[in-house]
Ligand binder design. Structure first.
Ligand SMILES: Nc1nc2c(c(=O)[nH]1)N[C@H]1C(S)=C(S)[C@@H](COP(=O)(O)OP(=O)(O)OC[C@H]3O[C@@H](n4cnc5c(N)ncnc54)[C@H](O)[C@@H]3O)O[C@H]1N2
Ligand code: MOO
Length: 400
């Protein structure tokens, strides 16, 4: 089957020419999951001065041990104004600026206060319980790199670096169209030969998790005019990507190729050496990249994982756009593979370091329940020989 494109070539074609979408500025509280468009430098030094790491007394090590005179107080945001004289101490709290003259902080558990005096029986060392200025970061250092997907931790850092708004890439807009005469929306009363459309639901959630904005276009029947109208709707909505599901194969009702032709576009490719997902197709309708996913639910989802995810991450500006593989051990034997790269739905188990991936016995690409139960895809290269349980394999983890 020489006309089937290898998976790696298909991925290269799908991301080809697609770089990060333009930058926009968003407030911090809307930036979770967005991708930084520029390196982000600290706009201040943290901590801005030497501060105490404990509640206790700021002292001079040279005076210890001894009975010291408490000359004032330094609290976070309300520093002691003067400097500590010889034999003096300042009551200090966590995060408060260490007064001039002090070179150590003694925890209050190790000090005995008596009126304006404090008795400290042990000695200390210079710098003890003091966080030096700039311990966390100094003004001007790059704390977060362009291409980073923001998460709760990096957002805290952006805030601490004193950024109220962040430059992020625009989210990819992804139109999602289901095709098929037999399809009805979930939650209605299907007739006996109807099928509940499930692909669009999973695809929309997938798109959101990959940082995109789904544009749901619903279901169209297998009629060229209806399909064409929906594709034009996606173009008019300014979608960056149109994902169709179904109508990708060779039957008389498989219309996506006809629609591409009617739009005057060329078919980038059609049919790849992959199972599930053989009839995948790609085309560019102006700036909108069309990914024609197969209708079989598992094929649709696996193609989304392998191709749509990387495309969306590229458009979002992520530097980690490629899917990650992990080494695992087969929990059950797998058969010799044919000319199509196989992505076997599998369950992960294992204790400690050994990750065990066990392929489901039935791998039919219509089986949504198996997909829902899967934790990972076992990757099998074209013509990989049969492999017994216990052999090494490569997996792609499916997101929770
Ligand atoms: N003669 C051949 N027949 C088929 C081939 C082939 O090479 N030669 N390839 C097979 C493979 S592999 C796949 S995958 C499917 C893909 O077909 P289509 O993309 O045209 O999909 P449909 O025929 O429209 O639907 C297939 C199947 O999936 C169900 N479906 C479709 N859309 C949805 C949806 N949104 N939600 C849930 N289920 C959906 C549909 O009812 C069908 O059962 O072609 C093979 N045939
Ligand atoms: O891609 Mo098809 O789903 O191999 O079954």
């Amino acid at each position: 089957m020489a006309d089937l494109l290898p998976v790696g070539d298909a991925l290269a074609r799908i991301i080809d020419g697609k770089d990060a979408l333009p930058e926009e500025w968003v407030p911090l509280d809307q930036a979770d999951g967005r991708v930084l468009a520029r390196d982000l430098a600290a706009r201040r030094t943290q901590p801005p001065g030497d501060v105490s790491a404990m509640d206790g007394y700021a002292v001079r090590v040279a005076d210890l041990p001894g009975i010291l005179h408490v000359v004032g107080e330094s609290a976070a945001g309300r520093p002691f104004a003067g400097s500590i004289p010889a034999g003096g101490a300042v009551r200090i709290f966590t995060g408060a600026q260490v007064p001039e003259g002090a070179d150590s902080v003694v925890m209050q558990e190790d000090a005995h206060r008596d009126g304006s005096a404090v008795r400290i029986t042990a000695t200390s060392t210079p710098g003890r319980h003091i966080r030096p200025m700039g311990l966390d970061f100094s003004e001007g250092i790059v704390g977060l790199r362009a291409g980073t997907r923001l998460n709760p931790r990096s957002l805290s850092l952006a805030a601490a670096m004193n950024h109220g708004e962040l430059p992020v890439h625009r989210r990819p807009r992804v139109a999602i169209l289901s095709t098929g005469d037999e399809l009805v929306e979930p939650g209605c009363e299907p007739g006996p030969s109807q099928i509940v459309s499930s692909n669009a639901t999973g695809l929309a959630a997938f798109v959101r998790r990959e940082g995109g904005e789904p544009i749901p276009l619903g279901i169209v029947a297998d009629r060229i005019d209806d399909t064409l109208a929906a594709v034009r709707q996606a173009r008019a909505a300014g979608a960056d990507v149109l994902v169709t599901s179904g109508g990708a194969s060779v039957g008389e009702y498989d219309l996506i190729r006809d629609v591409i032709a009617r739009e005057g576009a060329a078919l980038g490719f059609w049919r790849i050496a992959m199972r599930p997902g053989k009839p995948l197709m790609m085309s560019d309708l102006g700036p909108m990249r069309l990914l024609g996913l197969p209708g079989n639910p598992v094929a649709s989802f696996v193609c989304a994982t392998i191709f749509l995810g990387p495309l969306l991450r590229r458009l979002s500006g992520r530097s980690d756009w490629q899917w990650k593989t992990e080494a695992a051990t087969l929990g059950a034997a797998v058969r010799a593979n044919d000319f199509r790269a196989d992505f076997l739905r599998a369950k992960l188990s294992g204790n400690g370091q050994a990750l065990i991936a066990t392929a489901f016995a039935i791998q039919d690409s219509s089986m949504i329940r198996v997909l829902a139960d899967s934790d990972a895809l076992i990757m099998r290269a074209p013509f990989a020989p049969e492999a017994p349980a216990g052999s090494a394999c490569e997996i792609i983890r499916l997101a929770d």
